[in-house]
Design a protein around this ligand. Structure first.
Ligand SMILES: *[C@@H]1O[C@H](CO)[C@@H](O)[C@H](O)[C@H]1NC(C)=O
Ligand SMILES: *[C@@H]1O[C@H](CO)[C@@H](O)[C@H](O)[C@H]1NC(C)=O
Ligand SMILES: *[C@@H]1O[C@H](CO)[C@@H](O)[C@H](O)[C@H]1NC(C)=O
Ligand SMILES: *[C@@H]1O[C@H](CO)[C@@H](O)[C@H](O)[C@H]1NC(C)=O
Ligand SMILES: *[C@@H]1O[C@H](CO)[C@@H](O)[C@H](O)[C@H]1NC(C)=O
Ligand SMILES: *[C@@H]1O[C@H](CO)[C@@H](O)[C@H](O)[C@H]1NC(C)=O
Ligand SMILES: *[C@@H]1O[C@H](CO)[C@@H](O)[C@H](O)[C@H]1NC(C)=O
Ligand SMILES: *[C@@H]1O[C@H](CO)[C@@H](O)[C@H](O)[C@H]1NC(C)=O
Ligand SMILES: *[C@@H]1O[C@H](CO)[C@@H](O)[C@H](O)[C@H]1NC(C)=O
Ligand SMILES: *[C@@H]1O[C@H](CO)[C@@H](O)[C@H](O)[C@H]1NC(C)=O
Length: 772
C-alpha cells in the first residue's frame, strides 16, 4: 500500500517543474507536414518540434528555428533514411505517428505510461507528452542524441553520439559517455570503453555510478556527485540567461563543445574539450584505413596506399582490389603511429625481418615498426592512424599492396616506363616468393623461437610464466583437489563434464583464478589420444581463445585447467533482460570470427570445434569473447556420436550435414557461427517455442524479414547503422546455407564482417523453401 505513494511523489514533482516552464498547446487533432505547417513552437519561439531539412530530405526532431541552419538538438530515428516531402506527423493517443514511405506508421515516441492526451514543446527545449492526468509520459530530455541543453543532465551509462556531419544527422564516429566510475569520457564509436581507446576524459575516476553531468541554463557545465559535491566545474556559474541558450554537444569532429547562442544576435560561440586545436586528437577521425595529419587547412585525412575513400559523407578508406591473394608487395608509410591492438607482436627484429614476417603470413595485412624495434602484425581495418608532425620519428607502417598498374591497359602514353615498372615488380615478386619459400622452411623454428623470446623479454612476468606459457603444465589429481578446495565451487556443467573454480598459486606473491574442468564422458581407451589432444590445445595461443594452462591425467581422472573468465558466457550476456549495446555485440561477433579463423586456418593443427554455441563462448574482463571447449570433440565416447540428440554439437546449432553422415569439415563450424551471429544480432535464442510460429525459428524469421526489407523488426535499438545491420544479416545467412560448399570460409566471413569486401545477396535457403 505504501508503494504507490513513493512512486507518485517524484512524478508529481516532475510534472510541476515541467509545466511551470511552458504552455501545452498541442492537441490530438494536430498534423505536421514538411511543406505546410512543419513545426510546433515553444512559447518563446526559441525551440520548435517538427520537420527540419537536411541534405535532400527531412528529419523529425527538436531544433532552434532562429539559427540559419536550424540547428537540431534532438532527432528521431537518426539512422533512418531522410523523409520525403509527403511525410506527415500525426498526434494520436498512442503517441506521435510518422507516416511516410520510409517510415510507414512509425511511432516517433513510444510512451509506456498509458495513452497520450496532449503534448508540449517547452521553452527549455524539452518536448513532452502528457496523459490525461497531465503526467509526463515521455520526454525528449530522457533520450538525448548528440546534445544536452540547459536544465538537462546525463547520468551513468547514458551516451551522446555525434552526427555523421552537419548535413547528415545519422550516427557518426564519436561518442561521449558518463561512465559508471564517475568519468565523462570521449571514445571513437565501436571500441571498448578502456583508457587505451578513449581520447579525452574528465579525470574524475573512482567516484561511482551516481555521478551526473549537468548543464544549467546559465551555461554552468559540471559533474555532480550527490549529495552536492562538485567533482569538476568545466565552466563557471552565473553566465547571462536572458536571450541565451546553452547547449553541449559531441560534434561530428569528435570534440565535445559547449555553445552559447544569443537569440537576438543569432551568433554561436563555444568552448571545446579536449582543449586543443589539433584536429587529429579524436581517435579514428579518418575512419578505417585512413590516417590523420593536421598540417594544413584542408581535410586532415589521407588513405593508405592501395586504398580509396569510401565516398562522400563516410569516413574511411577501402581497398581498391580484392584482397584474397597472399602475394602482395609491401609499401612503407613513414612517420605514422597506429594505436589499434596488433594480433601478434614480434620483438627485436630488424625492419627487414619485420617486413618479411608479414609477407610470410597471409593473415598479416600490415606491420608497424618503430625505434624500439617492436614489430606489430595487424589485420584490417587499420584504425586510429596519425601522422607524426616533424617527420623524423622512426615509426613506419608497412602495408601490403597489389600493383594494379599491371592490369591497366592504355594509360597516358607512358607505356615504356610502365613496362619497366612491371619488370621490376616481376623481379620483386619472384624474389619475394623465393624468400617466402626459404622462410617457410625456417618458419616453424622461428615461430617457436619467437614465442620463447617474447616471454623472456617481458621483464616483469618472470621465468615461471615463461615455462607455463610454452606448454600446458601437468597436475596430479591431489594438486587440483587443493586448487579447487576439494571441488567445492561448481561454476558450470557442459557436454564434457563439470567445471569448478579454483585458485592456482603461481609463486609466493601471486595467484591466478582458474576454471578446472573435470571430464566425465571421455572415452577411457585412447590414453595417448588424450595426451595428443591436450598437446594440440596447449599449442593454441590467440586472444579470442580461452587458454589451457594445464591438465591432469592421473589414473581414471582427466581434468583440464583453463584461465578463468569473470564475465560468464555469451549466452548469459545475450539472453538476459538488459541487452549489451550494439557496438559491444558487433565487437563480440568479430572476436568469435577471429578465434574460429585461428582454429581453422592458423594454428599448427587445424581444429574443428564442432560445438560453437553461446554457452561455449566466454566473456573476459574487457568484454571480449573467447572460445572455449575447442579440441575436445574427438575425445567424446563413440556411443555419444550416433544417437540423435547426442550428435557432437548442440541442437539448434548443428549443421544439416550432421544428419546425413557426411564427413565433418570446418563448414559445420561456419554453420554454427552463422546461427550464433543471428542470435547476437537479434538478442534471442535460435529456437524460441513461445513465439508465434513464423518467428519461432530465428533463421527463417530473419530470412523472411530480410526478403521483405524489414530488418528493423529484428532489433530493438533506436540508433543503429542500417548498412551494418544488413551486412551482418547477409553474412549470417550465407553461413547458415544448407549447401555447405556455398558457405564462406572463416577468412571470407571476417573480411565481410569487417566491411573490407562486399557481401552479395544470399541465395534462398532450401530448408526455408520446404517450410513455407
Ligand atoms: C503554442 O503557443 C505558442 C505561444 O503561445 C504559439 O506561438 C504556437 O503557435 C502555439 N502552437 C500551437 C500548435 O498552437
Ligand atoms: C550553415 O551551413 C553552411 C553550410 O553547411 C555553413 O557554411 C555555415 O557556416 C553554417 N552556418 C552556421 C551559422 O552554422
Ligand atoms: C509519397 O510519395 C511517394 C512517391 O513520390 C509514394 O510512393 C508514397 O506512397 C507517398 N507516401 C505517402 C505517405 O503518401
Ligand atoms: C564549482 O562550482 C560550485 C558552484 O558554483 C562551487 O561551489 C565550487 O566551489 C566550484 N568548485 C571549484 C573547484 O571551482
Ligand atoms: C545578445 O545580443 C544582443 C544584440 O547584439 C546584445 O544586446 C546582448 O547583450 C547579447 N546578449 C548577451 C548575453 O551577450
Ligand atoms: C586551453 O589551453 C590553453 C593553452 O594551453 C590555455 O591558455 C587555456 O586556458 C586552456 N583553456 C581551458 C578552458 O582550459
Ligand atoms: C555523393 O556522391 C554522389 C555521386 O557519387 C553525388 O551525386 C551526391 O551529390 C553526393 N552527395 C553529397 C552529399 O555530397
Ligand atoms: C581502382 O581500381 C580500378 C580497377 O583497377 C581502377 O579503374 C580505378 O582507377 C582505381 N582507383 C584508384 C583511385 O586507384
Ligand atoms: C614502439 O611500439 C611499442 C609497442 O607498440 C611501444 O611500446 C613503444 O613505446 C614504441 N616505441 C617508440 C620509440 O615509439
Ligand atoms: C598525362 O601525363 C602528362 C604528363 O606526364 C600530364 O600533363 C597529363 O595531364 C596526363 N594526362 C592524363 C589524362 O592523365
Amino acid at each position: 500500500m505504501a508503494a504507490p505513494i513513493f512512486i507518485l511523489l517524484p512524478l508529481a514533482f516532475l510534472f510541476m517543474t515541467a509545466t511551470s516552464q511552458g504552455q501545452k498547446n498541442i492537441s490530438l487533432t494536430d498534423i505536421l507536414t514538411p511543406t505546410s505547417k512543419s513545426s510546433w513552437f515553444s512559447p518563446s519561439g526559441a525551440f520548435a518540434f517538427g520537420f527540419y531539412q537536411r541534405g535532400g530530405g527531412y528529419y523529425v526532431g527538436v531544433f532552434l528555428p532562429g539559427t540559419s541552419n536550424k540547428t537540431a538538438v534532438w532527432t528521431y530515428g537518426r539512422d533512418l533514411p531522410p523523409l520525403p516531402r509527403n511525410s506527415t506527423l500525426r498526434f494520436s493517443i498512442g503517441g506521435l505517428v510518422l507516416q511516410s514511405a520510409q517510415a510507414p506508421d512509425a511511432y516517433v515516441t513510444t510512451p509506456v505510461g498509458g495513452t497520450t492526451a496532449s503534448a508540449s514543446m517547452l521553452d527549455s527545449g524539452n518536448f513532452v507528452l502528457y496523459n490525461s492526468n497531465q503526467d509526463i509520459i515521455w520526454q525528449s530530455f530522457k533520450t538525448p542524441t548528440d546534445t544536452i541543453l540547459g536544465g538537462q543532465s546525463l547520468s551513468a551509462q547514458q551516451e551522446l553520439h555525434s552526427s555523421a556531419s552537419d548535413t547528415d544527422p545519422s550516427t557518426g564516429l564519436f561518442l561521449a559517455i558518463m561512465q559508471l566510475d564517475g568519468v565523462l569520457a570521449l571514445y571513437p564509436q565501436g571500441t571498448p570503453f578502456t583508457a587505451e581507446y578513449g581520447y579525452w576524459d574528465s579525470q574524475t575516476p573512482y567516484n561511482g555510478p551516481d555521478v551526473t553531468l549537468h548543464l544549467e541554463d546559465d551555461g554552468f557545465l559540471y559533474l555532480l556527485k550527490p549529495p552536492g559535491v562538485y567533482l569538476k566545474n568545466f565552466t563557471s556559474q552565473g553566465g547571462p540567461r536572458e536571450d541565451v541558450i546553452y547547449r553541449a554537444r559531441i560534434d561530428p569532429d569528435g570534440f565535445f563543445r559547449l555553445y552559447s547562442y544569443n537569440t537576438t544576435k543569432n551568433d554561436d560561440s563555444s568552448v571545446a574539450w579536449p582543449n586543443t586545436t589539433d584536429r587529429c586528437i579524436p581517435k579514428g577521425i579518418c575512419g578505417a584505413n585512413g590516417f590523420c595529419t593536421d598540417i594544413n587547412q584542408g581535410s586532415p585525412c589521407q588513405c593508405l596506399p592501395g586504398f580509396v575513400e569510401y565516398g562522400n559523407g563516410t569516413a574511411g578508406c577501402k581497398r581498391n582490389f580484392t584482397a584474397e591473394s597472399c602475394k602482395k608487395n609491401i609499401e612503407p608509410v613513414p612517420n605514422t603511429v597506429w594505436f589499434d591492438a596488433p594480433y601478434s607482436t614480434l620483438p627485436l627484429l630488424s625492419s627487414e625481418e619485420c617486413v618479411a614476417a608479414c609477407q610470410e603470413d597471409c593473415n598479416c595485412e600490415a606491420v608497424t615498426y618503430n625505434a624500439s624495434r617492436s614489430c606489430n602484425k595487424q589485420n584490417l581495418p587499420l584504425r586510429f592512424g596519425k601522422g607524426v608532425v616533424g617527420g623524423n620519428s622512426n615509426s613506419v607502417l608497412y602495408i601490403k599492396v597489389v600493383d594494379d598498374r599491371s592490369d591497366k591497359g592504355g594509360g597516358n602514353g607512358s607505356a615504356p616506363k610502365e613496362k619497366h615498372t612491371r619488370r621490376d615488380i616481376l623481379i620483386a615478386v619472384a624474389s619475394s616468393i623465393a624468400f617466402a619459400m626459404v622462410m617457410l622452411v625456417v618458419c616453424g623454428v622461428i615461430v617457436r623461437k619467437n614465442r620463447v623470446w617474447f616471454h623472456e623479454k617481458l621483464p616483469k612476468e618472470g621465468i615461471l610464466r615463461t615455462i607455463e606459457d610454452v606448454s600446458p603444465r601437468t597436475f596430479s589429481y591431489e594438486d587440483l583437489k587443493k586448487v579447487t578446495g576439494n571441488f567445492s565451487e561448481k561454476i558450470g556443467k557442459g557436454a564434457f563434464g563439470t567445471v569448478y573454480k579454483g585458485t592456482l598459486m603461481k609463486n609466493l606473491q601471486s595467484s591466478q583464478v582458474v576454471a578446472v574442468k573435470k571430464l566425465e564422458k571421455i572415452s577411457s581407451e585412447g590414453e595417448s589420444e588424450f595426451e595428443a589432444e591436450v598437446k594440440t590445445i596447449g599449442k593454441t595461443h590467440h586472444r579470442n581463445l580461452v587458454r589451457l594452462l594445464g591438465y591432469c591425467h592421473d589414473g581414471e581422472n582427466r581434468l583440464l585447467v583453463y584461465e578463468y573468465m569473470s564475465n560468464g558466457t555469451l549466452a548469459d550476456l545475450l539472453f538476459k533482460p538488459e541487452k549489451p549495446s550494439w557496438d559491444v555485440k558487433m565487437g563480440l561477433a568479430l572476436d568469435i570470427a577471429r578465434g574460429l579463423l585461428y582454429l581453422h586456418e592458423e594454428c599448427e593443427t587445424q581444429i574443428i570445434h564442432c560445438d560453437i554455441k553461446p554457452q561455449n563462448i566466454l566473456i573476459d574482463d574487457n568484454k571480449h569473447a573467447k572460445i572455449s571447449d575447442f579440441g575436445l570433440s574427438k575425445l567424446l565416447k563413440p556411443d555419444q556420436t550416433n544417437t540423435t540428440t547426442g550428435i557432437r554439437g548442440t541442437r539448434g546449432y548443428v549443421a544439416p550435414e550432421w544428419h546425413k553422415i557426411q564427413p565433418v569439415t570446418v563448414k559445420v563450424d561456419i554453420y554454427s557461427f552463422g546461427v550464433v551471429l543471428l542470435e547476437i544480432i537479434c538478442g534471442r535464442r535460435s529456437v524460441e517455442q513461445t513465439l508465434p510460429e513464423e518467428e519461432a525459428i530465428l533463421e527463417y524469421w530473419v530470412y523472411s524479414c530480410f526478403q521483405a526489407g524489414e530488418l528493423n523488426k529484428l532489433v530493438d535499438y533506436q540508433t543503429i547503422d542500417k548498412k551494418q545491420l544488413e551486412r551482418m544479416v547477409k553474412v549470417a545467412l550465407w553461413c547458415t546455407l544448407e549447401e555447405l560448399s556455398l558457405r564462406p570460409s572463416m577468412r571470407k566471413v571476417l573480411l565481410m564482417l569487417e566491411g573490407t569486401v562486399d557481401v552479395p545477396i544470399p541465395p534462398l535457403p532450401a530448408s526455408f523453401l520446404s517450410v513455407t
